[in-house]
Design a protein around this ligand. Structure first.
Ligand code: FAD
Length: 306
């Protein structure tokens, strides 16, 4: 039943008509539990509140389905506006983005040009770090190729490695000497057993393996999970191998396990909250529901209270 619901919400997340309609609705159905606001002003104000609680943040301007060069450039402009707002407001926050929204599916050159524009602005305005979110497997190799190219010229960029993929250990090994800051996650997309571990237990084991691998290489890890077993594992590694707290951080999504986020910050860990904003919230919201159908209860409540 749970798998059916997951598949249903992943199916809904790809519905272009609903996605287009949702932009006009405003944040509805309880989406404001997971999306910080529609405007950059609302998002910065949420980031400031989180900073006051000892949490650092990464902002993501939500965007799905980019079909034209104009839309890709517009999306890059939004990233730059977001960086400008972070810089001017002085909040403790960096930026996360998706390369498909910068035109990766249109042309590699368009995407790289947009990435360079964003990274240069970020470097010149407080050297803000920019994280390339990892999308589905079809985009994995090209994302890593582009990252390797960008690392030749910029040090304020990193990406995400997904533990559910068989390639993961090799991909981390290939980045070892570049000293890159990697976010490590379990993986959020529906992938075939040809490329990804079908069993959750194997994903969890591989996740632990790559966290240890990356940390013992001496590189910076952002461990992005809501899973206590993984958080405890990182704490165990910290003690066992004397890993300094300046070499890793925890990350969680806005609106999920908020008290745990605060507890980790109070324990002295760097805790970064992924804060999405924008009017293109529909796909992101559906993916959060797919991840944890228990959240549907919030949606039902939202439908009657909004
Ligand atoms: P799960 O295996 O989903 O859950 C383990 C346990 O954690 C649960 O049993 C429960 O106890 C607890 N838990 C999980 N969710 C909740 C909840 N909503 N409320 C309460 N408890 C909960 N994926 C990508 O593919 N690419 C990315 O770029 C990417 N970026 C991410 C960035 C951040 C900051 C985070 C947190 C996740 C990101 N993900 C990304 C998603 C990630 O891959 C997982 O799909 C997602 O985090 C769920 O896995 P989990 O590790 O939290 O644990």
């Amino acid at each position: 039943m749970e798998q059916l619901m997951k598949d249903f919400f992943l199916f809904l997340s790809k519905n272009k008509a609903l996605n287009a309609a949702a932009k006009k609705w405003g944040l509805r159905f309880g989406a404001n539990r997971f999306v910080s606001g529609e405007t950059i002003e609302e998002a910065i104000s949420k980031v400031r509140e989180l900073n006051e609680k000892g949490l650092v943040c990464t902002l993501d301007h939500l965007g799905e389905f980019v079909f034209s060069t104009e839309e890709a450039n517009e999306s890059a402009d939004y990233c730059i506006k977001t960086l400008e707002a972070i810089y001017k407001s002085g909040v403790d926050c960096n930026l996360s983005l998706k390369m498909t929204s910068l035109g990766l599916d249109i042309s590699r050159e368009l995407c790289i040009n947009n990435m360079r524009r964003i990274l240069e602005f970020a470097r010149d305005h407080g050297n803000i770090f920019v994280r390339i979110d990892m999308e589905d497997y079809a985009h994995k190799n090209i994302t890593l190729e582009i990252l390797h190219e960008l690392l030749e010229d910029y040090s304020n960029v990193g990406t995400v490695i997904q533990a559910y993929l068989y390639d993961t250990v090799g991909d981390i090994e290939a980045l070892k000497d570049k000293k890159v800051n990697l976010r490590l996650v379990k993986g959020a997309y529906k992938e075939s057993p040809e490329v990804a571990f079908p069993n959750k237990a194997d994903v969890d084991e591989n996740y632990k393996k790559i966290i240890k691998q990356h940390l013992l290489y001496g590189n910076y890890a952002a461990v992005a999970t809501h899973d206590d077993a993984i958080i405890d594992y990182v704490k165990k590694l910290e003690k066992e191998y004397n890993i300094p707290r300046t070499q890793f951080e925890f990350q969680m999504l806005y609106g999920i396990r908020t008290q745990t986020q605060i507890d980790l910050a109070n324990e002295g860990y760097k805790m970064r909250v992924y804060v999405p904003y924008g009017n293109d919230w529909y796909g992101y919201f559906m993916r959060r529901l797919a991840e944890r159908p228990a959240n549907v209860a919030f949606v039902l409540k939202g439908m009657f209270t909004k």
